[in-house]
Every structure is written in structure tokens, then in C-alpha cells.
Ligand binder design. Structure first.
Ligand code: SF4
Length: 377
């Protein structure tokens, strides 16, 4: 295993940039799907090292950001129930959302209103809380992509083994390929090349991207997260576009195998099944989420707290102010949002993309004005 420094080596970075410049003859738009990739690009200023013909569009790969407002509102309502302990990852705590059509809340405010909200590092921690508090109902906010879903499944497995009847999961688990398909198939699609997220493919394998590349005639390069990974992914993508090819290529072969992680897939499929899912910025997409199988519905917080759920189609008023939805589909650069760095900043975020550690607005705020580049890595 190479040392991490090799993947951030300034000389290798410069060589890759030179190779990219040599093969680029025209304008190209490439979308990096994952918010982790966006942060790495901004952190190391990689977008500024590329030839001006190449534009990077930031994609919807931030699980906190794409969680729809309606699920967030349900989460607030559940967390405010008497005798409920609501567990969530820290990233979700400050995401603002609407409550009962008017008030804007986040989980800190829910706490101030008396809700027992706890930050956890893993869903297994929530299961442990349920085990130690049998008189309480414990709910874990299971938000995530294909990378997180196996860990959620592991927690359901543990709750099942322990025979817990007080443990529930509020599930908002999403799948990347159907969302990418919605973007590539939209009439105003601008994406000419895709950098697919290596960690997602390490679970699910490479096949979905073989199909997408063929169906939409767009190169899909599975890419890692370090500077040299990303630049090599961009190089492979540009080379394909310049050659008139559209194939799946695996830049991250040191981690991603063609079949993915069979054990993780098996565990997910035991408890969850593919279903229609709502996405912030993309709306409802068929087969783009993982919900509980019927036989495990007793763990499903949406079923348990059904009376609190309002499946409304209205757009919450906070979304009219925040333009996260446009940022998430690559139509708006964070710095082009009129609120960026003014009324919206990490201390006072208006939307999830400014809160999450994988959000594009947070990445621009953190790195763009600091001028930090690869030489300071
Ligand atoms: S800068 Fe703030 S208001 Fe604008 S899109 Fe980003 S999170 Fe929303």
C-alpha cells in the first residue's frame, strides 16, 4: 500500500495537469458525483489547475444535502415526542428545515424545545442506547448512500438479535445510479463526462456505470478522492471524450472490484428493498432508495409514527430562500448564490449544502477564499 503522501505529491499533480492540458482541445463539462470529491477538489484547488476549457460541475453526492425537507420535518416531529430519544450523525444537527408550515427548526432548536436529540458516531451506538433505555423509544436517522446502508443494515441486524422492540430507523437511504440517470436524461443535461464515486462502487461494483455509459453515451470514470486520483480520473474522462468513446473506466481499481462487496450487498438486501425515493433538488425518482422490506416494517419509524407524517407536495418556504436544490444538480455554483457568504455561512446556514461536511457551499466557503493549494497539502 502506497503512503498517502504519494497521492498528494505536487510533482505528480503537475505532471497529470500537463497531461490533461495536452489532450484537451475543446470545452468539456464533467460532473464529480460525490461531495467528498468536491471537497477534495476545492481543498487542493484542483479546479484552478485545470485548463480553462474544463468545467467541473458538482453533483448530488451528499447524503445530508439530498435528504428531502418532508423527511426532515418528520424527524423534528418524532424527536419532539415524549419518551423518544432521537439519534443522528452530527452533520444533520444544524440542517434547517420547516416545521408545521411556518417555523424553521434544526435539531439544536428541537433540543431547546425539550426533544432528547443525541449525536452518535454509528447506528450501533443508537442500538446500544435502545438496549440501555428499554422504557424509551429510540429512533436513528438512517440517512446515506450505498456506502452507509450496509452499516444501517448491520444495526438492524443487531437490534433483531437483541430482540429490541423499542428501536426504530427513520430511513432516507439513496442510490446514486438512478439519480445520475435522472440528470443525464433530463432535457437540459449539460454533463458530458462523469467521475463516479469510488467508495459507492466499492460496495455496488462497476456494472451500473457500464450500463449508464452505454445508454447515455457518456464516459463514466470511477475515481478516488486524493488529488492524483481525481486528476487521473479527469484525464481518463477527457481522453475518452476527445477520442469519441463512452465507456466505464475504473481509476480506483486498488479499492473497487467489478462485483463490489458481496457481503455488504447481501446484508442490505436482507433488510431493505429498492423503492421510489424523494431527493432534494431532483424530486421523486423511481427505484432510487432503499426502504424496509415488509417483514421488517416493525423497525420502520415511518410506519411507527405514521400519524405524524404529512406527505405533502408543497415546497417548504425555506427552500424558496435557499438554492441548495440547484447547487445539488450542478446548475448553480455556490458562489453564484446571492446569499453565499452574506446571510448564509457556516455559522448561520440557510441550507444543507452549507452545513454538511460534504456540501458544495461549505466547501467553497471553507477553501475558496483561503488560496490553499497542493503545495500546502
Ligand atoms: S449559499 Fe446558502 S442559501 Fe445559497 S444555496 Fe448554498 S446553502 Fe443555500
Amino acid at each position: 500500500m502506497q503512503m498517502i503522501g504519494e497521492f498528494r505529491n505536487p510533482e505528480l499533480v503537475k505532471n497529470l495537469c500537463r497531461s490533461i492540458s495536452r489532450v484537451t482541445t475543446q470545452k468539456w463539462k464533467i460532473m464529480e458525483i460525490c461531495g467528498g470529491q468536491t471537497h477534495s477538489i476545492l481543498h487542493y484547488g484542483l479546479d484552478q489547475l485545470l485548463p480553462p476549457e474544463i468545467e467541473l460541475l458538482h453533483g448530488p453526492g451528499c447524503p445530508v444535502c439530498v435528504t428531502p425537507s418532508q423527511i426532515l420535518e418528520l424527524a423534528f416531529k418524532i424527536a419532539l415526542q415524549k419518551d423518544v430519544i432521537f439519534c443522528t450523525f452530527a452533520d444533520m444537527i444544524r440542517v434547517p428545515g420547516e416545521y408545521r408550515g411556518s417555523q424553521t427548526l434544526d435539531f439544536y432548536k428541537v433540543r431547546a424545545m425539550g426533544g432528547d436529540v443525541r449525536m452518535v458516531q454509528s447506528p450501533l451506538e443508537a442500538v446500544n442506547i435502545a438496549k440501555n433505555n428499554p422504557e424509551k423509544e429510540v429512533v436513528f436517522f438512517a440517512v446515506g448512500f450505498e456506502t452507509t446502508t450496509p452499516v444501517n443494515a448491520l444495526a438492524v441486524n443487531e437490534a433483531e438479535k437483541l430482540g429490541l422492540s423499542n428501536m426504530f430507523f427513520l430511513v432516507s437511504q439513496v442510490l446514486v445510479p438512478p439519480a445520475l440517470e435522472a440528470l443525464l436524461g433530463s432535457p437540459d443535461n449539460q454533463i458530458q463526462g462523469v467521475l463516479a464515486a469510488g467508495h459507492v462502487c466499492s460496495i455496488m461494483g462497476t456494472k451500473p456505470y457500464v450500463d449508464l455509459a452505454e445508454k447515455y453515451q457518456v464516459p463514466c470514470v470511477i475515481t478516488g478522492f486524493e488529488p492524483t486520483d481525481l486528476l487521473q480520473g479527469i484525464y481518463l474522462c477527457i481522453k475518452q471524450m476527445e477520442d469519441g468513446r463512452s465507456e466505464m473506466e475504473n481509476q480506483y481499481s486498488r479499492v473497487v472490484k467489478s462485483d463490489g462487496n458481496f457481503k455488504a450487498q447481501e446484508l442490505m438486501q436482507k433488510y431493505f428493498q429498492v423503492k421510489e425515493q424523494g431527493w432534494r433538488g431532483l424530486g421523486r425518482i423511481a427505484d432510487s432508495g432503499y426502504g424496509f422490506r415488509n417483514e421488517y416494517a416493525h423497525f420502520d419509524a415511518e410506519v411507527k409514527y405514521q400519524k405524524l407524517y404529512e406527505s405533502e407536495t408543497r415546497t417548504p418556504s425555506c427552500e424558496f430562500v435557499c438554492r441548495s436544490g440547484e447547487v445539488l444538480v450542478g446548475r448553480l455554483k455556490p458562489t453564484d448564490c446571492e446569499h453565499f457568504g452574506k446571510i448564509c455561512n457556516p455559522s448561520s446556514p440557510l441550507g444543507p449544502t452549507m452545513v454538511s461536511t460534504e456540501g458544495a457551499c461549505a466547501a467553497y466557503f471553507k477553501y475558496r477564499n483561503q488560496g490553499r493549494g497542493i503545495n500546502e497539502a
